[in-house]
Each structure stands twice: as structure tokens, then as C-alpha cells.
Design a protein. Sequence first.
Length: 372
Amino acid sequence: MPVEGYLLTEDDLLPLSMGAALLGTGGGGNPYIGMLRARELMRKGAEVRVLPLEALADDAWVAECGGIGAPVVGVEKIEEGGECYRAVRAVEEAVGVTVSAMISAEIGGANAIEPIIAAAMAGLPVVDGDGMGRAFPEVQMTTYMIYGAAPAPAAIADDKGNVVVFKQMVDMFWLERFARDASVAMGAGAGFAVAPMRGDFVKKTSVPGTVTQALEIGRTILDARLKRRNVVERVVETTGATLFFTGKITDIRRELTGGFARGEALLSGVGQWAGSQARIAIQNENLVLWVDGVAVAMVPDLIINLELDTGEPLTTEILRYGQRIAVIGLPVHDLMKTPRALEIVGPKAFGYPELTFEPMTYNNAQSWERRA
């Protein structure tokens, strides 16, 4: 495999984790904890190179991995650290191949860091892309599964050393069902890996450049703070996002059911939205935003909560009463907006049959890829 891309440094980890938290739409696990684990590996001498998709050979094998479970558990039940690595090794053994690189299932939250940790442990590069361009709560909701990746073999590993291999699955929905049940038995948090994918398939179906995108978003946040600029305004300006609401959280409800954190946040408007009310539906991630009873943003587009004063991206497990937040939105990648994809990740797939997906556009009519 040609040596291209760039080496991640310890200084990259904080902005990467912040950008991943933003792109995670509230989910993907707590990125700060993942950042600390990756930092410790780098301090022990591990190196991880980020490879562009085009650097993959067509016949290379790529492992997709990430955490599975409820994000709220991740801040209370700290991972041992090798869960995703052990899951990847299990699927390698089941298929009888050796992988050449790791890639993220989702760029959101800690799951942007998980393949970096697994890559550091394996001495492999990580691919600059992912299977969502955001975070979603279920296994079948990746571009890989939507566009034909094999649902088995797959593997799940916990912090105690247990590894379960799913040898044969009828389809990706059955894989989600069994993997979710196993993750609950493992304490609602585990490492997960699907069958290795060929490089030519990964290049066609990945959302490209998302590791770099997360890194640059995090750098934007830190630079705005350093220069004492309005962080929310700077993020909106740089990413082309839409500012949908600013308000104070007046109620937050979360419950752990079926391996997911489900609930909603209620907000009372401030600033230009004074007198208005908003509601955000949650299933690990932010699903739908209503303002004064009207759905103004919905999956698969990205709904993101930022702390109003600092611009800190907020994952759903740390939302609390009284927080002042800005709610912004970004368009999802085109791979997630096809009729085939919307059957899996559109509002109807999450239990909102009354909603018809209306895609967002970038405020400056440019995609991130064209701006980068």
C-alpha cells in the first residue's frame, strides 16, 4: 500500500475529538474519554497514519470497527481499551484474511477515535473516511451495509475478554438485533467489528475525508476561542451550517431501553428565538428538531448542539437542565440521501412516518469537500 496521507500527532487529538463530537450529532460516545486512551498509546510510542481513500489498493482488506451500546454508559463504565482490536482480530480469523487498514463505522464522538486506537494497537493506518458522515444508533445504518456489505461474520468484544462471533446472519437487521442483545449483556457497551471489506468497495461507499473534516472543525473551535471570537458564529461560517435555534434547556428526559439512550430535550428560546419553544428527539443521537411545533430539521441531516458561550459540542449524555445551547444543522453526505438510504436512515425508519425528509443545503452553497 503506498505511504501517503499524514501522521496524527498528540496535538491533533483534542481538535479531532471536538470535531467528532460535533459531527456525531450528539452520539458516538464521549469523545474526551476516547481521546485520553489514544493519547496514552501515542505517549507509549504508537504512530497512526491517516490515509486518503485513493491510497487504498483495490484488493486491500479494510476493517470497520467502533463501539456499540448506549453512549450514556460510556462515561460510567470505562472501556478496558482493547475491545475493538479484539473484535477486529476475531473477524480476521473468521474470514481468513489480514486487514491492511482500519476505518470508522461513524465519525461521531468516541467512535471516530476507536479505529485510531485499534490501528495504533495493530500497527496499521486509519482511512480518512467513515460509513455515515455523522453518527447513527444502529448497525445497519452505515453506507457499507446500505450498499451491500456482508452482514457476517461480525464480532463483538467486551472489557472482560469475552468475544462473540456472529458466523452467519440472514441480513443486516438480524445482525443489529443480535449484536444489540449481546451489547446489553456485556453492560451496554462493547467493541464491534464487521466483516473486512475490499478496498474497491470501501472507496465507492465511504463518506470521504471525514477524519480531516473533524480535525479541521475542532481546530476552528479552538482558534475561535484563542482569538476570543464568537465560536458558534465561526463554526457556522466555516462549515456552512444553518443556525436553527438558541435556547435554554428547560427539561431533559433520558432512559436506557433496549441498548439505546432514548428521550427528548425541551428548550425555551433566547436571543432572536425569545418566546419560542423547541424540542429535540433523541435515540443516542439527535433525530428531529421541532421549533414551535414545526419540524425544521430531521435525520439523516445532522442536528448538532453547541454550548452557546463556548461552542463546545455537546453529546446527548451530558445535556442538562439550564444549559444554554445553539442548535445548528449540516447536510448529510449524498450517499445518505438516496431512496435506498432513506429507507434505512430517514425519519420513517426512526418511527416518524408523518415526516417527509426535506434535505438541508449549505448556507454558502458549497460542500465541505469543495471548500477543503
